[in-house]
Design a protein around this ligand. Structure first.
Ligand code: ZN
Length: 431
């Protein structure tokens, strides 16, 4: 099995050679964007990707595959605009900006030679290549499949061949992804939650801050120094926000896969979160607050992380439709919308923690091929709460390697595990 990863290396101030190729790539980019725009405006037949490749071949001081890659980039962008416009987004614009000063340069595998800690990048026949020295401790082993050169940074794609892991087991774990608890997981016997408060507070703060920056920027005069400074600050803030969210999601995904492996589950079932987001948008219902929570919700990305991390450890991630899983009583199948932290059945009086009900019903639905069979999988009544990582206010997220118990002591958890056979409805539930 192949495992791909990308590492980012800071290479400092660009050399003349680096600047040269980035300028040349921008020249190519501007030319093809301008050409495509010209043809578009006159409603002529658009050139296909292969025609465009043939047209620019050999005309630039770049490696032939570097040129192809840029054409591919343009056509990717054209394709995605086309899809967006078909879906009704009339504001989506085809590439039109053709005054780029610099452009990111990509080298494919055949243009890259590695000599110790030096990377030699070919720019085609008759053109001087680039040679970039990488600090030795930063360049890992493995096959280099691609390189991207931007301003002061180098992105190196590395492929390692790893043995395909054995399946983690025959068991199945279901996860209910949500906003209060990023994930509540259960296999019907043991339940764990990963707390999402850090994630939520990040997302909430973001909308407010961005609005604040935008307001200030609007007040500034066009082209003023203050406007430029504010814009840079906003960009820096956003970049940090994205790093923090990434970090949290990675930790959460790791904790979730850990749990699946611990429970010997080769299958991790999650609700299809993309579906909810789309339906919510269509209905345009809900309070402003809950809309804010849903838009820009990074749970979709969490599922992506789970999928690739799961692959490396023998856990298959399966998405199922999660409709009614939070509303249905696991004991009698009665359906109603719960309010508050606990689920109280209006039919039979059954009480359980709301989040755990969701996870149990997803598992139930998966095991019984899309149907929830009443009284087959019941909440355990004891959920262990894990924090993905410790969140510091500023400026960085500190990684914690060990899970922290949230709000409960180890003794109380162990005690509640021993008392696992007690009916959940008779236990007092902590909100
Ligand atoms: Zn019931």
């Amino acid at each position: 099995m192949k495992k791909n990863r990308v590492i980012q290396i800071n290479i400092g101030k660009p050399t003349d050679g680096q600047t040269q190729v980035r300028l040349e790539a921008a020249r190519l980019w501007n030319d093809i964007v301008r050409l495509h725009r010209y043809i578009r405006k006159r409603h002529w037949k658009w050139p296909t990707e292969s025609k465009m490749k043939a047209h620019v071949k050999g005309k630039y001081a770049l490696h032939s595959q570097t040129i192809q890659k840029l054409v591919e980039k343009l056509y990717d962008s054209i394709d995605s605009t086309q899809t967006k416009r078909e879906q009704g987004d009339k504001k989506a614009r085809y590439p039109w900006k053709c005054k780029k000063k610099f452009q990111t340069v990509t080298w494919k595998q055949s243009a890259i030679r590695r000599k110790g800690n030096r990377l030699n990048l070919s720019n085609g026949r008759g053109v001087k290549g680039l040679s970039i020295k990488i600090p030795l401790d930063q360049l890992p082993q493995g096959k280099i499949t691609g390189i991207e050169l931007g301003y002061r940074t180098l992105y190196i794609s590395i492929q390692d061949v790893v043995e395909k892991p054995e399946s983690a087991g025959d068991n199945t774990v279901a996860a209910d992804l949500g906003i209060i608890h990023t994930a509540v997981m259960t296999d019907g016997i043991k339940s764990t939650a990963v707390v999402g408060r850090g994630l939520r507070s990040l997302t909430q703060g973001k909308s407010k801050k961005i609005a604040g920056y935008s307001r200030l920027i609007d007040k500034c005069e066009q082209g003023s120094r203050r406007r430029r400074k504010l814009k840079a600050e906003k960009a820096r803030y956003l970049a940090r926000y994205h790093r923090q969210v990434h970090n949290l999601l990675h930790h959460t995904a790791n904790k979730m896969i850990d749990f699946a492996v611990e429970r010997q589950a080769g299958t991790l079932v999650v609700g299809d979160v993309t579906e909810i987001a789309r339906n919510k948008r269509k209905q345009k219902k809900g309070s402003r607050r809950s809309n804010q929570e849903n838009s820009g919700n990074p749970l979709g990305r969490l599922v992506e992380y789970l999928t690739y991390k799961g692959k490396l450890r023998g856990v298959d991630v399966v998405k199922i439709n999660e409709s009614y899983t939070t509303q249905t009583c696991p004991k009698c199948g009665h359906r109603h919308k719960p309010s508050g932290r606990n689920y109280k059945c209006q039919g039979c009086g059954y009480v359980a923690a709301r989040d755990e009900v969701g996870a149990c019903n997803i598992l139930n639905k998966y095991i019984h091929n899309g149907r929830m069979v009443p009284d087959s999988i019941l909440p355990t009544g004891s959920v262990k709460y894990l924090r993905p990582t410790l969140l510091r206010k500023s400026p960085v997220v500190v990684a914690l390697n060990e899970p922290t118990l949230f709000g409960i002591t180890l003794d109380s958890v162990l005690a509640s595990e021993d008392a696992g056979s007690v009916e959940p409805s008779k236990q007092s539930l902590v909100a």
